[in-house]
Design a protein around this ligand. Structure first.
Ligand code: UD1
Ligand code: CA
Length: 475
């Protein structure tokens, strides 16, 4: 089963998206629509892949250069129809072997279905093979016209179909495999004598048939694979179908998903066995989740690495590493460059950025940790702020191993707290604290005795003070 060339048609305007972004660059499950198509075909190992671009050319070409650098683009300046686009793609191509042609806006097609079409095409020695589907709502699609013997005669577009033809539910998916040499000779014979005045690639089928070629129409079991995206309603429908497909695959591989309808995992993310995903969770980008971790509810992880057995609840993290058996949340915001070691804790209402936290260290409550290196076994007291910004520049704080930072400390960077050191609660630490020292950065407390009775007479406070057992209250 060899595949010489893949041609992806993606020059259309996508007007119905009503978007400044070219249609094929809209994303679902972490990939652009075009990215899904290119991903599905890349596993077929074609010798060459060509994408016909037109509308939004610069953006589409730039995107292709990033996601599929080996892919060539062909520019179609004016919309001349799918047949015209295919003509441009074939120009200058040494058209031997099989050519797969499909559209850039069908993100749900699987490699398996494409491979099955190529397989049956090669096995049958066909001139052309068309992937079709029985569609419950065929309106808008080209219809498959079969002869009495069941063989494919031609494809008629909705706009050119008569009433009987419109009744046909078998549709053209827009995915074809051709014998390259035969396609090359037939494609020049297309004519634009149709309602849109375009060259229809679909007409190649009838031309090849009239030349005596054998044509095959392979009907796919799951019609949803053939769904195209033309507007944002269909974008959401396709996203939901892909979400379900991804979640089904994960559950079958041993991931517990408590509420699959509110759990969104990108096609690009990896979830290990025995992970539990709780409702309202979104896992995106290059995120990987280690075995046994519990994520959610209502947690977003983008481009994160989460170790085995970690627990992340009600939190939002981007480009962060969460070590194994660590506990994050609820309501934690981990920004880029956060690296939590094993058995760490990033607790409730904590924000971290560009911070490395050593194994077994804890930042349990209400803290901001920015631009910091924290050693192992250290505890950062509640409401500690790593003061990293002097209004102009960011500075780094180093906290050693087994340090105890007192609650409500301000660690004013750049500053270093040595191993085993303590800081007193409420300190503003502006100088380094040597190993084993207690850093105290606050003024000594003084009590003004009798102040309430003198300054707030007649209040509940004064009353309470007056009846307090200690006579000290009166001064
Ligand atoms: C096409 C098929 C139809 C099929 C349907 C499946 C034709 C004539 N019709 O119809 O039988 O049921 O797909 O979704 O082929 N494109 C170009 N250049 C052009 C025109 C189109 O690159 O000049 C690209 C579009 O960007 C799109 C694809 O070709 O990715 C299909 O074009 P579209 O206009 O969406 O065709 P349909 O009317 O959907
Ligand atoms: Ca279409």
């Amino acid at each position: 089963m060899s595949l010489q060339t893949v041609v992806v048609l993606a020059a259309g305007e996508g007007t119905r998206m009503k978007s400044a972004t070219p249609k094929v660059l809209h994303t679902i499950a972490g990939r652009s629509l075009l990215g899904h198509v290119l991903h599905a075909v890349s596993a077929l190992n074609p010798a060459a892949t060509r994408v016909v671009v037109g509308s939004g050319r610069e953006a589409v070409e730039a995107h292709i250069a990033v996601i599929a650098p080996g892919v060539t683009t062909i520019f179609q300046e004016h919309r001349g129809g799918t047949g015209h686009a295919a003509q441009l793609a074939l120009a200058g191509l040494n058209a031997t072997g099989n050519i797969l042609i499909l559209a850039g806006d069908t993100p749900l097609l699987t490699t398996q279905s494409l491979a099955a079409l190529i397989e049956s095409h090669s096995a049958g020695g066909f001139s052309a093979s068309v992937l079709t589907a029985e569609h419950p709502e065929p309106t808008g699609y080209g219809r498959i016209i079969r002869g009495d013997d069941g063989s494919l005669l031609r494809i008629v577009e909705e706009r050119d179909a008569d009433e009987n033809e419109k009744e046909i539910e078998e549709i053209n998916s827009g995915v074809y495999v051709f014998d390259g040499a035969k396609l090359a000779s037939a494609i020049g014979k297309l004519r634009n004598d149709n309602s849109q005045g375009e060259l229809y690639l679909t007409d190649v089928i009838e031309i090849l048939r009239n030349e005596g070629g054998a044509i095959s129409a392979l009907c796919i079991d799951d019609f949803t694979e053939t769904l195209g995206v033309n507007d944002r309603v269909q974008l959401a429908e396709s996203a939901a179908l892909l979400r379900d497909r991804i979640n089904d695959g994960l559950m079958r591989s041993g991931v517990t998903i408590v509420d699959p309808t509110t759990t969104w995992v990108d096609a690009t993310s990896i979830i290990s066995q025995d992970v539990t995903l709780l409702p309202g969770t979104a896992i995106s980008g290059s995120t990987t989740i280690g075995a046994g971790a519990v994520i959610g509810p209502r947690t977003t992880l983008h481009d994160c690495t989460v170790g085995n057995g970690a627990d992340v609840k009600e939190s939002y993290a981007v480009s962060a590493v969460i070590g194994e058996n660590s506990s994050v949340g609820p309501f934690t915001f981990l920004r880029a460059g956060t690296v939590l070691g094993a058995d760490t804790r990033a607790g409730a209402f904590v924000e971290m950025k560009n911070a490395a936290v050593g194994d077994g260290s804890k930042v349990p409550h209400l803290s901001y940790v920015g631009d910091a290196t924290i050693g192992e076994g250290t505890n950062i007291g509640a409401a500690t702020i790593f003061v990293n910004y002097d209004g102009v520049n960011k500075h780094h704080t180093v906290v050693g191993d087994h340090v105890r930072i007192g609650s409500d400390s301000m660690l004013v960077a750049p500053v270093t707290i040595g191993d085993g050191a303590y800081t007193a609660a409420g300190s503003v630490i502006t100088e380094d604290v040597p190993a084993g020292a207690m850093g105290v950065g606050r003024s000594k407390q003084r009590n003004v005795l009798g102040w309430v009775l003198r300054k707030r007479p007649g209040t509940k406070s004064a009353e309470a003070a007056a009846s307090a057992p200690s006579s000290d209250q009166k001064g």
